[in-house]
Design a protein around this ligand. Structure first.
Ligand code: NDP
Length: 292
């Protein structure tokens, strides 16, 4: 389909630093064209000290909305008028929707993960899961899983300074959502073994498995994996991490983070346009772009 820019064409985009490497312009511009939405999506390198003015520009230029990535996800919270429940609990946003000058902040990474699990036939609502890592991706997943009705989440992280900081945040998410969330030391092998034995899903939300750590595994003991324990890895490049290979070897479902990336975009697209992103059309394009 041709991309015709008119006087009515609206602008959406990404504010990040760096922003130019992003897959989002391809994803959203393809989706706008396929669904007949008169809009384009561009990447903007936004310096931290210009973030406030750049967000004000969404109102001034009547933009459809924007996505935010590092380093702006947390700082942007103070410039919007309203937050979704997940964004408020996490204290970070990756999407702003412009509702006639009122800016609403959302975080769609967790929605992307939950949708990818659903699309892969992994049922976790009302059940227990274990997640490795407690950083940005992990917190988004934990929060959305808790909001969606996962019953219990065992979180494992290295016992460092960050561990102490994340503990009260997880307690707050647990209190508001009534999900049982427990933080454990990743070095506690006995606890990890017990948690996995009681879990219906293992998620890796650390960067172990991604370059330059492609030969490493976030799980200290792969013999804890089993056939009826699906494994989801937030990493999508490489497409199959050592963890996913080990899970596959047991006969378990093994899902990489590509679907999370795709569906977090689809969730933002729906928030801006009210339309479903044509994910079947976009997924192969995304796979091709990532391989390059
Ligand atoms: P963060 O830096 O916020 O979090 C990284 C996490 O990994 C932290 O919990 C960190 O613990 C842990 N970690 C780091 N090194 C080690 C180690 N050697 N052993 C055990 N744990 C470790 O990063 P993000 O959450 O933003 O990103 C994490 C991964 O998720 C990346 O690979 C990223 O590409 C991917 N991602 C995928 C998305 C998708 O759509 N599929 C979306 C967003 C991210 P500590 O802080 O205590 O060191």
């Amino acid at each position: 389909m041709e991309n015709e820019i008119s006087g009515r064409t609206r602008l959406a985009g990404l504010y990040a630093l760096p922003a130019r490497h992003s897959f989002s312009p391809m994803m959203h511009t393809t989706a706008f064209q396929a669904t007949g939405v008169d809009a384009v999506y561009l990447s903007f390198d936004v310096q931290p000290e210009r973030l406030g003015q750049s967000i004000q520009a969404i109102r001034d230029l009547d933009m459809l909305g924007i996505n935010l990535s590092m380093p702006h996800k947390m700082e942007a919270v103070k410039y919007v008028d309203e937050l979704s429940q997940a964004a408020r609990l996490i204290g970070a946003i990756n999407t702003i929707v412009n509702q006639n000058g009122k800016l609403i902040g959302h975080i769609t990474d967790g929605i992307g993960c939950m949708e990818s699990l659903k699309q892969n036939g992994i049922k976790i609502i009302g059940k227990r899961m274990t997640i490795l890592g407690a950083g940005g991706a992990a917190t988004a997943i934990i929060t959305q899983a808790a909001i969606d009705g996962v019953e219990a989440i065992d979180v494992f992280n290295i016992k460092d300074d960050f561990y102490q900081k994340i503990e009260p945040k997880l307690a707050m998410i647990a209190e508001e959502t009534h999900c049982q969330i427990q933080l454990h030391d990743l070095a506690d092998e006995k606890q990890l073994s017990e948690s996995l034995a009681a879990s219906n899903l293992l998620i890796n939300a650390t960067n172990i498995g991604m370059a330059p750590k492609t030969e490493q595994m976030p799980l200290p003991d792969p013999s804890l994996l089993r056939k009826d324990l699906p494994v989801f890895d937030v990493i999508y490049h490489p497409a199959e991490t050592q963890l996913l290979k080990a899970a596959k070897a047991t006969g378990a479902k093994a899902v990489n983070g590509l679907g999370m990336l795709l569906y977090q975009g689809a969730a933002a697209f729906k928030l801006w346009t009210g339309k479903e992103m044509p994910v079947k059309q976009i997924q192969p394009l995304l796979e091709e772009t990532i391989k390059k």
